[in-house]
Design a protein around this ligand. Structure first.
Ligand code: PBG
Length: 333
């Protein structure tokens, strides 16, 4: 008979979203390793501060306390929303797995089940994210819509309450967050990524442990999705190269490009080969939507971390050449 094994300790924030995603990963890890996983709740500064996230300014307010718990050996691994993770990876910690990404899009929760295009003139839309403000306002400008973006913050429940009690016509949220807390049915419209590019890493999770725990890294590797990993690596490399923090008005998404015409037609040139390509799109803009730099590049799926990093850096360099830096306002660092 095998010895009973110690449970793995998963450090998690207390928020409903964090508990939901940690719970889902705990189950997957426990299924895969045959070891029980116990959740250890940790309070982070981002959870307790009442200041606006954009005012706190620093990247990673949700992440730091979990990382200290890992480094102190209080927990064995932690689950983060990848979009909340600072782009610099500390040497002592390993990004052990990036599981398959969920829907990366933003959605709105609007009153009266309204779609975005049905919002009335002067509609008040709540979001604390300069990225969402920039792109919504730019879209409104170019389509002759009259909307007002209203800065709010708070967890997903709090933000939906703004609509429920009539203070706002709509709020913008990440589809993945709503889905993980089981409230996806309250979304009234998806915002297409052609209209609003998501935050780098949105919809993806990061599973982190200490870099010298080789056994655990090997065990967690089973949860890794290589495509999601290179995609978010390229997105975050773009973000880092723009020297932008997590609250900067930067959107990025790497995904499969629409099938190219020759492949759709079964062009004999393609020789029966499906050419695996990835498209990386990036956007940066002023929150009022007056100025926006949006670029895209398509090429073979990166095969290594370095290739993915290069892809993001190169697109960022093109964006900077088109004036991206001037649109980001105060630099986070
Ligand atoms: N900003 C906080 C945050 N961090 C991750 C998610 C959602 C889940 C995800 O994007 O992976 C959210 C909520 C939101 O933006 O609506």
């Amino acid at each position: 008979m095998s010895e009973p094994r110690e449970p793995l300790r998963l450090g998690t924030r207390r928020s409903k979203l964090a508990m939901a995603q940690s719970g889902q990963v705990a189950e997957a890890v426990s299924r895969m390793t045959g070891r029980p996983v116990e959740l250890v709740e940790i309070t982070t500064y981002g959870d307790t501060s009442r200041e606006h996230l954009a005012q706190i300014g620093g990247t990673g307010v949700f992440v730091t306390a979990l990382r200290y718990a890992l480094l102190r050996g209080e927990v064995d691994f932690a689950v983060h929303s990848l979009k909340d993770l600072p782009t610099a990876q500390p040497e002592e910690l390993a990004l052990a797995a990036v599981p398959v990404r969920e829907d990366p899009r933003d959605v709105i929760v609007a009153r009266d089940a309204l779609k975005f295009t049905d919002l009335p003139r002067g509609a008040r839309i709540g979001t604390g994210s300069p990225r969402r403000m920039a792109q919504l306002n730019a879209y409104a400008r170019s389509h002759g819509l009259d909307i007002e973006t209203v800065p709010i913050r708070g967890n997903v429940d709090t933000r939906i309450d703004y609509v429920r009690d009539g203070r706002l016509d709509a709020v913008v949220l990440a589809a993945a967050g709503l889905s993980r807390i089981g409230r996806m049915d309250e979304a009234t419209d998806f915002l297409s990524v052609d209209m609003v590019l998501p935050a780098p890493g949105q919809g993806a999770l990061a599973i982190e442990c200490v870099a010298d725990d080789a056994d655990l890294i090997a065990a967690l590797a089973g949860l890794d999705d290589p495509f999601t990993r290179v995609a978010v690596t390229a997105e975050r490399s773009l973000l880092a190269a723009l020297e932008a923090g997590c609250s900067a008005p930067v959107g990025a998404l790497a995904d499969l490009p629409p099938l190219s015409a020759p492949l759709e037609r079964g062009d004999p040139q393609a020789d029966g080969q499906i050419v695996k390509e990835m498209r990386l799109r990036g956007v940066v803009g002023t929150p009022d939507g007056q100025s926006l730099v949006q670029l895209s590049t398509t090429g073979p799926v990166p095969e290594t971390h370095d290739q993915a990093m290069t892809l993001g850096r190169e697109l960022a360099a093109e964006m900077l050449a088109q004036g991206a830096a001037g649109l980001m306002g105060e630099r986070a660092h």
